[in-house]
Design a protein around this ligand. Structure first.
Ligand SMILES: Cc1cc2nc3c(=O)[nH]c(=O)nc-3n(C[C@H](O)[C@H](O)[C@H](O)COP(=O)(O)OP(=O)(O)OC[C@H]3O[C@@H](n4cnc5c(N)ncnc54)[C@H](O)[C@@H]3O)c2cc1C
Length: 245
């Protein structure tokens, strides 16, 4: 049987690969890392979480929780490993990101019907079935090929990665553990500030050294700045202080 090709080993590609293989069909998963890294991924593992380690609310009467439950019932490998590598996060399903991705990588590597090829795919395969799951940071060459194929201009995607703080650097005599919105166990670190401290923090934050924009972020940042200045900022949109200046 001809294998199906899945291009991109993020969350979507990892799940697609697993489901195809579990259905008894051979599958080749093409992942460009570690040879080529995206501007946001850091590791060589499949299904790397590029920012938050949270999959959202757990309760099945919430949208995210309902999706988790449906995925469990469909035998999702991603949600199965998320459950296994869960860390306390109140009402949310959050994971130990390193162990989660490493476990998914070795689980897929051990599947007899899955072949993992570490390579960038630059064109859409002409023959056979290909599933393209290269996400918002699809490599430039494949982005162009997709543009040609669909005849569409790029779609927009803008996001930011949260900073990760070393746990030991936090003074636990000041910060304290508590639940989020009074739901679930005390799993979040809270930093109490009085009004004066808060205003000082805000000023320091807005005056702080700013991270260098990556190339792919420059045009979007210019667009957002123009939209904000011309008062066409989307209703309800949050304005980072860097943009407001
Ligand atoms: C800076 C940033 C912050 C984000 N923060 C969050 C967040 O906090 N919460 C959230 O839910 N979502 C967040 N997102 C969105 C996040 O990308 C998606 O939720 C999730 O990663 C999408 O999964 P995916 O499988 O579609 O893509 P990805 O996880 O990005 O996986 C795509 C994979 O394809 C590979 N690839 C790309 N091009 C090629 C190619 N040509 N050949 C072979 N392999 C290729 C990449 O290396 C990558 O492994 C963020 C995105 C960015 C960029």
């Amino acid at each position: 049987m001809e294998p199906i090709h899945v291009i991109g080993g993020g969350l979507a590609g990892t799940e697609a690969t697993w489901q195809i293989a579990q259905a008894g069909v051979p599958v080749v998963l093409h992942e460009m890392r570690p040879e080529r890294k995206s501007p946001a991924h850091h590791s060589e593992h499949l299904a790397e979480l590029v920012c938050s380690n949270s999959f959202g609310a757990q309760a099945s009467d919430r949208a995210a929780g309902l999706l988790h439950e449906e995925l469990r019932q469909l035998g999702s490998v991603v949600i199965g490993k998320a459950d296994y590598h869960q860390v306390p996060a109140g009402g949310a399903l959050a994971v130990d990101r390193g162990h989660f991705s490493a476990d998914l990588t070795s689980t897929l590597a051990q599947h007899p019907l899955i072949e993992l090829r570490r390579e960038e795919v630059q064109t859409i395969p002409a023959d056979g079935i290909a599933v393209i799951t290269t996400g918002p940071l699809t490599s430039d060459a494949l982005s162009l090929a997709l543009q040609d194929f669909t005849g569409q201009a790029y779609m927009s995607f803008f996001d930011a990665a949260s900073p990760i703080i070393v746990g030991e650097s936090i003074n636990r005599e000041i910060a304290f553990m508590a639940s989020r919105y009074d739901r679930g166990e005390a799993a979040y670190l809270n930093c109490p500030l009085n009004r004066e401290q808060y205003l000082h923090f805000w000023q320091q934050l807005c005056a702080a050294e700013q991270a260098e924009l990556k190339d792919f972020e420059r045009e979007t940042a210019k667009f957002l700045k123009r939209a904000y200045r011309s008062k066409r900022w989307p209703a309800g949109g949050k304005t980072p202080c860097a943009m407001a200046r």
